[in-house]
Design a binder for this molecule. Structure first.
Ligand SMILES: [Zn+2]
Length: 260
């Protein structure tokens, strides 16, 4: 009887300890976020903190905590830790004051990152990342799943391009001269879905997706600048010209980005 009583109390203690242990996990993501915010000068919203965020007039829908009961059950900061560590790794590639260069009178809050479960388009499409403009900041939204270093640099580029254009409108007016003669962008994110592979088709474009819009072409060149090695670049003279073109526009606003 005594032994049964001890066992009962032991189980009772376990029942309290286990959920408490699981509940302490969100602190990890929060402290990671706090560190990233103070080191890089960015703002990061996690999960349900993005609930008030709306993307009116956009074709995207943000589901901060997931739309199934299971997703909501496991919703917590813990699962965002991996993404925050990846962001930390990506951010170290930029000069120390990089994110401060986004500050303007119109956008005093610089860059905000919103980390959500999924980003869904109206046509049932799902996106891993998007860049948009907030009322006081350049906003970048990442879906927790399928996020990699290239995607983080890709979305940062979209914000950089807008910042560079604010400094000097028509800064990318001559970009098309870097494409093969007669080339036209498909102007459709969904066009050529069959061709959405990561294979590098030729020396003019990083991947098939680069052919959708010239802004996507530049974003994929930038992600390659930040992630591909010397060997990859050495056999791509046309893409090197595109990278140098971007570099000339990056430097006056953001300074020199090492690594390329
Ligand atoms: Zn893009």
């Amino acid at each position: 009887m005594k032994r049964a009583l001890v066992l009962f109390f032991a189980l009772l203690v376990l029942c309290f300890v286990l959920p408490a242990g699981a509940g302490s996990a969100p602190e990890d993501a929060e402290s990671l976020r706090d560190r990233l915010q103070s080191v890089y000068g960015v703002t990061i919203l996690i999960g349900k903190e993005c609930s008030d965020y709306s993307l009116e007039d956009h074709e995207f829908r943000i589901i901060p905590d997931g739309d199934t009961p299971f997703q909501r059950l496991v919703a917590g900061n813990r699962r965002f830790c991996e993404l925050l560590r990846l962001m930390d790794e990506a951010f170290t590639a930029y000069p120390p004051d990089f994110f401060y260069c986004f500050r303007t009178k119109r956008y005093p809050d610089k860059v905000r990152f919103l980390l959500v479960d999924e980003i869904r388009g109206t046509k049932g499409l799902s996106f891993n990342g998007i860049q948009t403009m907030g009322s006081r900041s350049f906003d970048i939204v990442f879906a927790r799943t399928d996020c990699d270093l290239a995607l983080i640099h890709h979305e940062i580029w979209h914000a950089m391009e807008i910042r560079i254009s604010l400094a000097k409108p028509m800064n990318f007016g001559t970009w098309k001269s870097l494409n093969p003669g007669g080339f036209k962008y498909t102007k459709n994110y969904d066009a050529g879905a069959d061709g959405w592979t990561d294979e590098e088709p030729d020396d003019w474009f990083v991947r098939e997706y680069s052919k959708s819009f010239e802004t996507e072409d530049r974003a994929t060149v930038f992600e390659a600048m930040m992630t591909k090695n010397e060997e990859w670049w050495s056999s791509r003279p046309h893409l090197q010209k595109k990278a140098k073109y971007l570099q000339r526009r990056i430097e006056p606003v953001f300074g020199k980005i090492e690594g390329f």
